[in-house]
Each structure stands twice: as C-alpha cells, then as structure tokens.
Design a binder for this molecule. Structure first.
Ligand code: ZN
Ligand code: ZN
Ligand code: ZN
Length: 478
C-alpha cells in the first residue's frame, strides 16, 4: 500500500473522522453551527435557571452537566476578519443593518428618516512626509512623485520618485525618506484622532447656533445631530474617518428637522468645523512649541441619496462601505493584529519597515511623562490609535446590542419550536439567572474541518437570504 499523497490533509481528515465518532459529536456540531462556525469558540460550564419573579416557581432550567459535551459553546464575537471570519461576517451584517436603518428606516427606525438631510463625510490625516503612491490616470499608472532636477533631501536621498507603482505595490504608503518622515507627529496624530473627532462633533452645533443666532437650548429644542462612524487605516499607517451625519427633529429619527436644517447647511458647517478644529499637544522636543494637530486638507462630503435616486451616493452603497471597514483592523497598513508586549519583539515582527518605525515611535514616546495617558505601548500595534473602530451617537438608529438580542430571541424561538416547547408567557414576570465559568477557547483536535463546514453552510444561507431581500427591494417597473 502506498502512503497518503497529501499527508497534512489526510491527517486532518482522519482527526475529523475520529471526532465525528465521539458520542458528543452531534450535539457539538449543533453548537458550533449555532455559533456560526466560529474559529475561536468559547467553552462555558455552568447553569441558567428561569424563575417566576413573583412565586419563585422554577419555569425552566439548564445545566451543562447534562450536555453530552459537558460544556456550552458561544461564538468569540471578534469583529476582525483576520481573527475570526465567521464572527466578523456577523459583525459586518449587523453594522450594515445599523447604518442602513439610520438611512432608510427599518429595524424599529421610522422610515421618514430617509427624507432627513444627511451626508457621508470622509476626514483624512494630514501629511507627515512624502510617501510612495499608486497614481492612476485613465487606467494607466502614473509616475509616483516626479521632480525636476532630481533634488536630494538632507540625508542625500532623492526627494522624488519616477516609478509607476501598481495598486498592490508594497512600496505604496512607505516614506520616500524614512529619516525625513515625522514619525512622532504621525503617531501623536493617530493617538489624538478620537479627540479631533470629539471636538468636531462639539464644533458643529456651535457653528449652527452662531449662524442662526440662537442659544444652545433653542438649538436642542429644534434639531438633533446624529452620526455613525468607522475608521479606515491607510497604507501610510494613518487613519481616515468615514461618517454618516444626519439632522433630525429634537426627538430623533422619527421626527422631521426644521426647514432651515438642510443638506447644504450640514455640509457647510462640517467643512468649517473640519478646518477649525485643532488639538495642541506638547512637542516631543521640549524646546519646541506645541504641535498643533488638525484634520488633513482633503475632505470629502457627499449627500446620501435614497437607493432609487440617481445622483450622489446611494444609501445602500454607504452602508456596505461602512460595514466593510467595521471588520478590518490596522493590518491593511502592514502592522500586526495583536498587542506587542515587549520592545524586544519589534525587530522580529513581520511588518513593513514603515509600520515598524511607527511601532518603535509608540514605544519611545510612551516613556515620556507628557504622553503617558495615551497608553502608546498598549496601542503600538494600532500605530498609536486607541479609539474605537466604530461608534455612533445614541439616536442614530438601532444598537448592535439590540440586533444581537433580536437574533438571540429568534434563535431561542426557533429552538423552542423545533423541540415543540410552548412559547414563554409574556404576562409572566420571569427572572433568568445564569452562572458561567470559562472552560477554554478554540477548536480542538479534529474540529477544524467541521467548524469550516458549519461556517460554509451558515454563509451560504446568509448569501441566499441577502439575494432574496435584494430581489424584494428592487423597484418594480410598472
Ligand atoms: Zn468567532
Ligand atoms: Zn515611489
Ligand atoms: Zn531624508
């Protein structure tokens, strides 16, 4: 008999077959499927009891002691596609629904919200030194940074670059001269980007007040400004903000804003605010005046149209765009997706040289007392940025928690129906208490194959569902 042709695959399949022959397999498979085929499932031990809040009577109880597996599986819930493809897809779906319901209604948000003034805003970082870039003109790659007379920088290197970089050229985003590049300012900018955003959201209402000549109280009585935003890492390791900004009546999405609240006004105040906002921070060189951090001059503001209209950006397009960035980390800028604990690790990290310099700079600045609060060591793998990947104001639309709860309720109802159990009595005041202990995480020997299978099934079902809803949403031609 000849040996196996593909030893790795065969060993994996043998382990998978062995796992399938174990007595708890069917139950395990059910659990991993309901966890969406999560790549890093969490195993829990414990119990949950539901009691009648008034009489204390036991309505329902569950304990993992009675499970064939001896534990329960929950999905890791990681947002990042680089960590768990299954959970990231769920997160992307949720983010899509969160954004689209704030643009066109649904999921409990009034549909009249689609008539409110709203724009899609992109805020950029300024330049901290010249970088190689992929430039294109009518499908042709253009010279990166052409310079007459080939001037040299103070380090004796050319200041320009005549190459035509492809879109996937690893040079793109890397500094033309790393010694000319202002790494401390770049890291400090990333670290203060959340503060720049916060100041922007405070400046917008101030500008509207000033334009209308009304008080803060009067403004609050007439209009509410809502937003949802994500960040995107650029190849140069700096972040962009993409945000939906919307004007509602004082009660939120279900109420029309006053007639003066137009898309033009929103666009105008956002432009002014983006140009005005600044955050002064101590210069790393104590002899020098403070660094004043600002938004980059490149700013994009586009009105968001209802899907059926022809001009501007369509609401669905915006929602898809935002959802895509919600599952990404900083990896696209050539860094790593987990924290770096020791400075000694930095030299051997598999990252671009530019990212390595950014990470080094984070570690160096972290040692200075004036930057201690920025926790730059903790956020070094994020190139200094320590904020959230996505955030939204309270009244933008539904919350992720609400979407998750709706999904959990739906799953519980489906399970009850499958087992032929009665629906819970809505008039009964039931109290549920759970006690859970962490019993490990990750897939065990022979489980990868089955988790992948579950993931494929779940994703196929999701795609079919999406195709069906998209077909329903296609405007009918009469
Ligand atoms: Zn997961
Ligand atoms: Zn170049
Ligand atoms: Zn130089």
């Amino acid at each position: 008999m000849t040996g196996p042709q593909i030893p790795g695959l065969t060993a994996e399949l043998a382990a998978a077959a062995q796992r399938a022959s174990m007595p708890d397999f069917t139950r395990w498979q059910e659990m991993i499927k309901s966890a969406g085929g999560c790549e890093q499932p969490v195993r829990l031990r414990g119990e949950r009891v539901t009691l009648d809040g008034e009489t204390g009577e036991l309505i329902e109880s569950y304990t993992t002691d009675e499970e064939p597996t001896g534990y329960l599986i929950t999905a890791c819930g990681n947002r990042r596609a680089s960590r768990c493809a299954a959970c990231a897809e769920v997160y992307r779906d949720d983010t899509y629904h969160l954004i689209i319901s704030g643009l066109s209604g649904g999921k409990g948000v009034d549909e009249q919200v689609s008539a409110h003034p709203r724009v899609f805003l992109t805020l950029t970082a300024p330049s901290f030194g010249a970088v190689h870039a992929h430039k294109e003109k009518s499908g042709q790659a253009q010279p990166c940074r052409p310079r007459k007379n080939r001037p040299l920088c103070q380090h004796g290197r050319p200041q320009g670059c005549g190459r035509r970089h492809d879109g996937d050229d690893s040079m793109a985003g890397q500094p033309i001269c790393a010694d000319c590049y202002d790494y401390p300012a770049a890291v400090l900018w990333n670290a203060h980007a959340p503060e720049l955003w916060r100041r922007l959201t405070l400046t917008v209402p101030m500008l509207i007040k000033a334009e209308l000549g009304i008080t803060h109280k009067a403004l609050r009585r007439q209009v509410r400004i809502s937003y949802a935003r994500v960040i995107e890492y650029q190849r140069r390791g700096l972040i962009h903000f993409h945000a939906v900004v919307r004007l509602d009546g004082p009660d939120g999405p279900g109420q029309a804003p006053p007639s003066w609240a137009t898309t033009e006004l929103l666009e105008r105040v956002l432009r002014t605010a983006a140009a005005q906002v600044e955050v002064p921070v101590p210069h790393p060189d104590a002899q020098r005046p403070p660094l004043v951090l600002r938004w980059g001059r490149q700013l994009d503001i586009q009105p968001i149209q209802v899907a059926a209209e022809l001009d501007g950006m369509a609401d669905k397009h915006v929602a898809r765009y935002v959802a895509k960035y919600a599952t990404k980390g900083a990896e696209d800028s050539g860094t790593v997706d987990r924290p770096i604990r020791y400075a000694t690790q930095i030299s051997s990290l598999k990252v671009s040289e530019h990212a390595r310099r950014m990470i080094w700079t984070c570690f160096t600045l972290a040692g200075l007392p004036e930057y201690q609060e920025l926790r730059l060591r903790k956020w070094a793998h994020m190139l200094g940025y320590g904020g959230h990947f996505s955030s939204k104001s309270r009244r933008y639309s539904v919350t992720l928690t609400q979407l998750r709860q709706a999904r959990a309720d739906h799953a519980a109802q489906a399970a009850r129906q499958a087992e032929g159990l009665p629906e819970p009595d809505p008039n009964r005041n039931a109290v549920t208490v759970g006690r859970w202990k962490y019993a490990g995480a990750g897939l065990m020997h022979g489980e990868h194959f089955w988790a992948q299978l579950a993931r494929d099934q779940v994703q196929r079902a999701r795609r079919m569902r999406q195709q069906l809803t998209e077909r329903d949403e296609t405007p009918k031609v009469s």
